[in-house]
Design a protein. Structure first.
Length: 293
């Protein structure tokens, strides 16, 4: 019984840690973008993070560029990674941020459907309902306006689809690949996506000391979040782990209050409570399923 429960608990904890790291990373990126273009921030973070993971791989006596990087599964993952980073960044630049983030929160729903259809994971109606309720909570928090359904919102939809595909492909990654090697590949794709964004926006320049420090902070927390996310997607059931992506909103809200002087209103608090309750209920259902098995 313990063997069936432990992976889901560990995966949920790793996912929560990853979302905390990404929330702090977002805070640093938001501040860094006032000093240098977002595409430049992505490129520096991507290639810098890839170098860090490469050094970690070398220290562990692992190949920095294993042949499996060129396998069909990993090429698919890389393609999804670039698409997610690229379209999401363009959506942030060209459409309203609340609308883009709201659409992104549909990622767990797509991942859950993919886990059921591709990996054959059993997902009961209660967990489907809990994730749907969690998505409703996201909509309450973000409250996207009618302009959120403009044609430009398809950029955010494409970014969301890219991230969902990346997460599913991570699940299918060969077990021989370490998290460090996945980090090399993932951050390299982030760097490439940043260069693509810069090719559209231009304006790259040498960052000032403040901008450089903010980019460094974003990179460090991005490394933490990415490493935890990769481990989470390879631990426990995807359908039990992915609902904890919603905790990113909670961490972001706390950071906004402390560092941006943005106090959430009652609807935001209500939506956040629904999101957390949905994630906890989904985990409880997964544990009951493991116990019954």
């Amino acid at each position: 019984m313990t063997e069936g429960i432990t992976p889901n608990l560990r995966g949920a904890a790793l996912m929560t840690l990853a979302m905390a790291g990404f929330a702090v990373e977002d805070l640093f990126i938001r501040k860094a973008s006032a000093h240098v273009p977002v595409g430049q921030v992505m490129a520096i973070m991507g290639f810098g993070g890839a170098m860090v993971f490469a050094l970690m791989a070398r220290a562990a006596r692992e190949s920095v560029f294993p042949r499996v990087f060129l396998s069909s599964a990993m090429l698919v993952r890389s393609g999804f990674e670039i698409a997610g980073r690229l379209f999401y960044s363009l959506a942030i630049a060209l459409t309203s941020m609340p609308t883009t983030v709201a659409i992104l929160q549909a990622t767990p729903l797509v991942v859950l459907a993919g886990a059921a259809l591709i990996f054959g994971e059993k997902v009961g109606w209660r967990r489907w309902s809990a994730v749907a309720v969690g998505f409703l909570g996201v909509m309450i928090v973000l409250r996207p306006g009618l302009d959120g359904f403009s044609p430009m919102s398809l950029l955010a939809v494409a970014g969301m689809a890219g991230f969902a595909g990346r997460d599913l492909a991570t699940r299918a990654a060969p077990k021989t690949m370490s998290n460090r090697q996945l980090g090399i590949l993932g951050f390299s794709m982030l760097g490439i996506a940043g260069l693509i964004v810069l090719s559209f926006t231009g304006g790259a320049h040498w960052p000032d000391p403040t901008g450089a420090g903010l980019i460094l902070g974003a990179t460090l927390f991005g490394l933490l979040g990415y490493n935890a996310l990769t481990a989470a997607m390879r631990t426990g059931e995807v359908s039990a782990v992915t609902p904890f992506r919603y905790t990113r909103l909670v961490f972001a809200m706390i950071l906004a209050v402390i560092f941006l002087a943005e106090r959430p209103d009652h609807l935001t608090l209500l939506g956040s409570a629904i999101i957390v309750a949905s994630g906890l209920y989904t985990l409880i259902r997964a544990r009951k399923g493991a116990t019954a098995a």
